[in-house]
Ligand binder design. Structure first.
Ligand code: ATP
Ligand code: MN
Ligand code: MN
Length: 309
């Protein structure tokens, strides 16, 4: 209980049942955020983030020396992970067994912090059935020259096109440069039609507004356009979780928004570890209320149209 006062980079403490070593070690510089601060953040938002990350394969961004040091994107389990991080075995397309990271509870979140994780990137599939997508995600990646209102318009256009298919979607900041539009799928849908559908939407947006949108991922050709990145929609692909911290200066958070909050002033790095909890405390309701209750999927008509296209 005296742990909070411990500010040196030495020592260790038990934090909600997980051993935290070097709790005072700084992970972010401006503002100063220690390992213990980060663990406390994840405990504080556990109810909000857990439904998005538990019981699914996770990729992680590890930064052993904090956000300003070298970070690496890790897809598989490695030795020496705390017990609360559970191995999850998935069969690859070639039939080989591969071991992934998964967590089931708050202790798992803290264990990720202990392991140097600054970003959590779940698959779009439950561990119960990794061959089916339980969410669609459009990752809008603007070239630096793109004006922010155009990014907002792109997100709304994706929303409207999903709406035409009777799919309600939700928007979040990434904590970086763009926005993510996410539609839950319940029941889950095989990856193949999900891939085709999201590709069809991205290609049709690029065909309709070629000066604004791009559906091919070549970075060189991005000049002044928004890449409608539909490639997150595949078995084994990942995207940063809602409420995950980012390994970037200022400790930005990928923050769920109400669609009505999208405006010219609200940039993607607006919400940070330093202000997200005040935001959540002040909100009358969860910005993604209903996300886990909505039952929506790809209709038979949509599925058969995708087969013949
Ligand atoms: P931004 O708004 O700045 O684009 P973002 O999280 O959408 O933020 P992207 O670069 O568009 O960033 O997305 C990359 C996504 O690809 C990540 O969310 C991650 O899940 C996935 N990914 C796959 N391989 C890697 C890798 N080697 N390094 C980083 N991300 C990877
Ligand atoms: Mn992106
Ligand atoms: Mn992208």
């Amino acid at each position: 209980a005296a742990g909070k006062a411990e500010s040196g980079a030495k020592g260790e403490q038990d934090f909600h049942g997980v051993r935290l070593t070097h709790p005072g070690r700084l992970l972010y510089e401006e503002p100063a955020i220690s390992k213990l601060d980060l663990a406390q953040y994840y405990v504080d938002v556990a109810d909000r983030i857990m439904p998005h990350v538990k019981h699914r394969p996770l990729a992680i961004v590890r930064c052993p020396d904090g956000a300003s040091g070298t970070c690496f994107f890790q897809k598989h389990l490695s030795a020496g992970m705390p017990d609360a991080i559970k191995p999850f075995s998935v069969k690859s397309k070639e039939g080989a067994r591969e071991s992934y990271v998964s967590i089931e509870d708050e202790r798992g979140l803290i264990a990720l912090v202990q392991f140097g994780v600054l970003e959590i990137h779940p698959w779009g599939a439950s561990a119960d059935d990794v061959d089916k997508a339980d969410r669609i995600i459009f990752d809008l990646d603007p070239d630096p020259k793109v004006e922010w209102p155009d990014v907002i318009a792109a997100a709304k256009e994706v929303r409207d096109r999903l709406q035409e298919l009777k799919l309600e979607s939700f928007v979040k900041t990434t904590g970086g440069k763009g926005l993510h539009v996410v539609a839950p799928l319940r029941p889950a849908v095989a990856w193949e039609p999900v891939k085709r559908l999201t590709q069809a939407i991205a290609f049709s947006m690029a065909a309709d507004k070629p000066a604004l949108y791009l559906a091919k991922s070549s970075k060189a050709a991005r000049g002044g356009k928004i890449f409608i990145d539909y490639l997150r929609n595949d078995r084994g692909s990942t995207a940063v979780a809602p409420y995950s911290t980012r390994a970037r200066a200022g400790a930005p958070i990928s923050a769920p928004l109400d669609w009505r909050e999208l405006n010219a002033r609200l940039r993607s790095d607006r919400y940070r570890l330093g202000n997200i909890r005040d935001r959540l405390a002040a909100l009358p309701r969860d910005p993604w209320e209903g996300f886990f209750d909505i039952r929506q999927s790809l209709g038979a008509k949509t599925l058969s149209a995708l087969k013949t296209s």
